[in-house]
Design a protein around this ligand. Structure first.
Ligand code: GMT
Length: 377
């Protein structure tokens, strides 16, 4: 099929999922066109079936804010017409579902009927989308998509609670290329560059926004570090990084905590990680946790949002109430305290990711694209 993918091109989970999906679809012979303002960070032009169309914004003195949706929907129309796309798959409702609706209407006037699939990722519903500023337009564009998917059961339930949705939302879990993460573990794992043989490695990966509660990451590590020789790797960039660095200094653990910034080598870093920390305020799914698990890493997380659908309490790691740093630390220590327990959790984590394998999820999206043509709009 000929599919357009619209996403944020950054390190956020929705952009990562969209990019990995597009590359996998191209690998299977579909023609995939990414439409966004920058080349997605994980996009590897490994196939002649992959294309990238940049949305360019024009400066104009009158604009305090440039109208991105307008530029995006115009670009969608142009690409659909030129490349005869059948489906536009938009990731993250704001503003992509709305821009896709506009593109669809413009194309209709030209006698073309492109189908729109909207995937809800989380904060487009939970934190931003349900805000009165956006709610009306988000609800409208969800209801006017041909198919709507959500990345967890929890996100589906939350969407139905927060909005008046007339469509049946399909749950399609996020996925992982299990082989890729397993292979990263087989490569030379340069653990010794980070920690001494007797030290454990804990890792956090995020975009350091308030919702990720990165100070809780530091607090949990502080407690663990008192009992278990260890190092903490903080991967990512974002507004809360400075606060986390300040706390590390105050707690006098600077020698054991490394802030590594954004990385395209997450799989390699995870290969020597023992425990992944994700104390988020909410997480519709927790792709970062799934990536860690695929690399064989146990997870300490909160029990919010869709996390319990990914991280199984007492098996692949532990779930704690939001902000319960001491429970998270206690659980982390119980996993790290002996190598047999740690190995068992790591093995369970790896096993659990098979449920979310690319091979299982890719055909679900392909069926959804086909089903659009049976849907009455
Ligand atoms: O908040 C982020 O981590 C980024 C955000 C995004 O849309 O880029 O992530 C959301 O989508 C991811 C992919 O589906 C999910 O794994 C994350 O759980 C979700 N984030 C939140 O719900 C906070």
């Amino acid at each position: 099929m000929k599919i357009g993918i619209v996403c944020y091109p950054t390190f956020g989970g929705s952009g990562v999922v969209a990019t990995e999906l597009g590359m996998a679809l191209a690998d299977k012979g579909h023609e995939v066109h990414f439409i966004t303002y920058n080349q997605p960070v994980r996009l590897d032009f490994i196939s002649h079936n992959l294309h990238f169309h940049q949305v360019i914004l024009e400066e104009y003195p009158l604009f305090q804010y440039q109208p991105y949706e307008l530029a995006l929907s115009s670009k969608m129309v142009e690409v659909v017409r030129k490349h005869e796309l059948e489906v536009l798959h938009v990731h993250y409702a704001i503003p992509h579902a709305y821009a896709a609706y506009m593109a669809k209407q413009m194309l209709k006037e030209k006698g073309l009927d492109v189908r729109v699939v909207t995937t809800l990722h989380g904060t487009d519903i939970t934190l931003v989308g349900s805000h009165p500023t956006y709610k009306t337009a988000v609800e409208f564009s969800i209801n006017n998509s041909d198919v709507v998917t959500a990345v967890s059961n929890n996100l589906k339930e939350t969407t139905n609670k927060l909005f008046n949705i007339r469509k049946d939302i399909k749950v399609v879990y996020n996925f992982i290329d299990v082989e890729k993460y397993a292979a990263a573990g087989d490569e030379e794992c340069n653990r010794i560059a980070i920690a001494k043989p007797n030290e454990k490695i804990l890792t956090h990966v995020s975009n350091f926004r308030p919702v990720k509660r990165v100070e809780d990451v530091v607090k949990v590590f502080y407690e663990v570090n008192k009992e278990i020789p260890s190092k903490l790797l903080m991967i990512g960039e974002g507004p809360e990084r400075a606060k986390a660095e300040k706390l590390v200094k105050e707690l006098k653990i600077s020698e054991d905590v490394f802030f590594l910034g954004n990385s395209t080598e997450v799989a390699k870093i995870l290969c020597y990680t023992d425990l992944f920390l994700l104390p988020s305020q909410t997480e519709s799914f927790g792709l970062a946790a799934l990536e860690a698990m695929a690399a064989g890493t146990a997870v300490i997380s909160t029990n919010t949002g869709g996390l319990p659908e990914v991280n199984i309490h007492g098996e692949t790691g532990y779930l704690s109430d939001l902000g319960d740093v001491s429970d998270m630390a206690k659980n982390a220590i119980s996993i790290l305290k002996d190598d047999v327990t740690l190995a068992c959790f790591k093995q369970n984590a790896k096993e659990q990711t098979k449920r979310f394998s690319l091979e299982n999820i890719l055909p679900v999206y392909e069926d959804i694209y086909k089903s659009c043509f049976k849907t009455e709009v």
